[in-house]
Design a protein around this ligand. Structure first.
Ligand code: OGA
Ligand code: MN
Length: 352
């Protein structure tokens, strides 16, 4: 059978090809850069900011022609905030009963401490995602109401204030924290597992810059390539909430050195150094319609602070075959670590 390659796939291949040493400056030629909006004036429109939190007053908010509802908040998070979020992700959020691709290794405890004493061979090098709040189930592509951990309040406030700055509202109920190495990529996908598709996705970038591809409702629509830097936030609201998107390329030649200068404590120095060679993405979602949520979880008025037993079906779910979405949505890390397959719950047994 001969199937034509989609426009999304073609674009993805172009950016991936640069992994082999081609110059990053050439690669960026057709990429929208929100630091130079005037160069891309036909595509990028700066938006007035509605009433928003004081800390966001220095940020600039843009929309992109042809992508209704999409917003890009340039420089949303100060260096201090970026370091705080990254530090929490690498310590607290790993320590808690959250789910991650390392659950199958039996533990995700003390990854950061282990990394500090042994950076090359610590388990942290194998961490590619963890989930917070309502834990996304990769194979089933659903949220199991029984698998929920407390959602970090500081991240919930951050996400809802970012949404508000774009004139949107959202209650953070789930997040995927993606950990990218310089060679990781994320395939094109839609985030359509959330029953609530009306609230925006808030996607926070910290660390190495990356190319973000924003497609359309189908992969046949040619995607727009955007440059996302440390501290930038992508907001998929409205129509664009349902668009294909992904990250075909991390740009390792321009690390965020400003984070090194912003460290106010020795804890942060290690985090800023780690961010010179990695990218962290906090992808925050509202899962349930507010009314629906009350119906589904009458006991769960404050579901973000509830804890429940984690189901013990991880290996079973890991044994199922990859569906298309599952195999493209999550990060493909350095080929040496994860040949061909992305790591996920229960998927690390031999032969997977
Ligand atoms: C996701 C996602 C994008 C990014 O986690 O669903 O689309 O910028 N992440 O890493
Ligand atoms: Mn996504």
């Amino acid at each position: 059978m001969c199937t034509k390659e989609s426009a999304y796939r073609r674009a993805e291949k172009v950016y991936k090809a640069y992994a082999d040493g081609r110059n990053e400056a050439t690669l960026l030629h057709d990429v929208l850069d929100f630091k130079s909006p005037s160069v891309h004036v036909s595509r990028i429109i700066e938006q007035p900011r509605p009433a928003c939190a004081q800390w966001l007053h220095a940020a600039a908010i843009f929309s992109v022609r042809g992508a209704p509802g999409f917003r890009f908040i340039r420089g949303a998070l100060s260096a201090d905030r970026q370091l705080e979020v990254a530090y929490a992700a690498l310590t607290e959020w790993c320590e808690a009963d959250n789910e991650s691709n390392l659950n199958a290794h039996g533990r995700t405890r003390s990854l950061w401490a282990e990394h500090l004493s042994n950076p090359k061979s610590s388990l942290l090098t194998k961490l590619s995602w963890l989930t917070l709040g309502h834990h996304y189930q990769w194979t089933e592509r659903t949220y199991d109401p029984a698998r929920v951990s407390p959602f970090p309040p500081q991240l919930a406030v951050l996400a809802s204030e970012l949404a508000q700055a774009c004139g949107e509202t959202m209650v953070a109920e789930a997040a995927i924290i993606n950990f990218y190495s310089a060679r990781s990529t994320m395939g094109g996908h839609k985030d359509d597992a959330e029953p609530c598709q009306a609230a925006p996705i808030i996607s926070i970038s910290i660390g190495l810059p990356a190319i973000f591809l924003l497609g359309g409702h189908t992969k046949d629509e040619p995607p727009i390539a955007l440059l996302v830097r440390s501290g930038d936030v992508v907001v998929q609201a409205g129509e664009s909430r349902g668009y294909y998107h992904g990250v075909p390329r991390i740009l390792s030649a321009s690390p965020p050195r400003e984070l090194l200068d912003a460290c106010s404590s020795s804890n942060m120095v290690g985090v800023a150094e780690w961010l010179q060679t990695h990218r962290l993405n906090a992808n925050v979602r509202q899962v349930f319609e507010r009314d629906e949520r009350r119906e589904v979880h009458p006991h769960n008025a404050v579901c973000t602070s509830e804890r429940s037993n984690l189901a013990s079906d991880r290996l079973e779910s890991g044994a199922r075959s990859h569906d298309h979405h599952a195999s493209t949505h999550s990060i493909v890390t350095d080929a040496k670590l994860y040949p061909h397959k992305r790591p996920r719950l229960g998927a690390e047994s031999p032969g997977q």
